[in-house]
Write a new protein. Structure first.
Length: 278
């Protein structure tokens, strides 16, 4: 498949995410006092193009398009945008898009590097089948949820910083109150953690089906288990200290950044995602 033809819709979606990012800077300079329908509309159109790109790729390759770094990153981005569009129905959470668009644009540009999308045989891959696709989808949905919670954390830190400095724009801002932002972060993390748990269970079931073992020392399996433990500790600490506040927000944001940076490296090391030899 021609590179441009293969990624035309995705490139257009990433371009819209970039335009939304530029407009988000305008909203930030204005103190988030204007409604955010522009970013919401740009990301909505971007999601449509993004969805078309994923569906076309799945049909053209005759498999679920989540088998390499390009596809996995695109799926995480799709989850973040879809989650935002649902949350953005409520006016005060519509500004999530202003914070999500820079993350989406950076992830999109990274995903478009040619090395992220090696050529795979159509319909044939070591990592194929309904159960293996289910486990990957659950894990990537979880990472998208963690990403959306990190965006909420960025909103929290911005609002908290303005209030701490007694900036007038914090009073006029349409961003949600700190308590609602923290509650939303915690709920998103619990949902994502549930998806991650389900993904780990599906991973074990897939391994048992394919190799008659429930656990392996594959880098991806070990890393995913480590991420599960990491977020479990974060959620327990937040639950024991009902109002984690700024520390909880930094922990949520830092956790996602660390997870994404290590995710790409682990994905490349895992033999489950390496192209089989012809």
């Amino acid at each position: 498949m021609d590179w441009w033809t293969n990624k035309t819709y995705f490139c257009c979606a990433v371009t819209l995410y970039g335009i939304a990012m530029v407009y988000a800077l305008f909203l930030w300079r204005k103190g988030f006092r204007r409604d955010d329908w522009v970013v919401y509309g740009l990301l909505a159109v971007g999601l449509v193009l993004h969805t078309v790109a994923m569906v076309k790729r799945g049909f053209s390759l005759d498999r679920c398009p989540i088998t390499n770094l390009y596809e996995a990153t695109a799926f995480i981005m799709w989850t973040i945008v879809a989650g935002y569009l649902v949350a953005g129905v409520w006016q005060r959470f519509r500004f999530i898009g202003a914070f999500a668009s820079p993350l989406l644009f950076v992830l999109g540009v990274f995903a478009l590097f040619p090395d992220m999308d090696p050529t795979l045989p159509t319909g044939e891959h070591e990592f194929s089948g309904a159960l293996s696709s289910l486990h990957k989808a659950l894990l990537l949905l979880a990472f998208g949820g963690f990403g959306l919670s990190a965006v909420g954390a960025a909103m929290y830190l911005t609002q908290e910083h303005d209030l701490k400095l007694h900036r007038f724009r914090a009073i006029l801002s349409k961003l949600p109150p700190l308590q609602r932002l923290e509650a939303a972060m915690a709920k998103l993390l619990w949902v994502a953690f549930g998806l991650l748990t389900a993904g780990l269970i599906a991973s074990s079931a897939y391994l048992h089906q394919a190799k008659q073992v429930w656990f392996t020392t594959d880098p991806e399996m070990l890393w995913t288990l480590g991420v599960w433990i990491f977020y479990l500790v974060l959620l327990i600490v937040q639950a024991r200290h009902a109002q984690g506040g700024k520390r909880f927000a930094w922990g949520t944001l830092g956790s996602f950044l660390f997870v994404m940076l290590t995710f790409w490296g682990v994905y490349l090391l895992s033999p489950l995602h390496q192209t089989p030899a012809p």
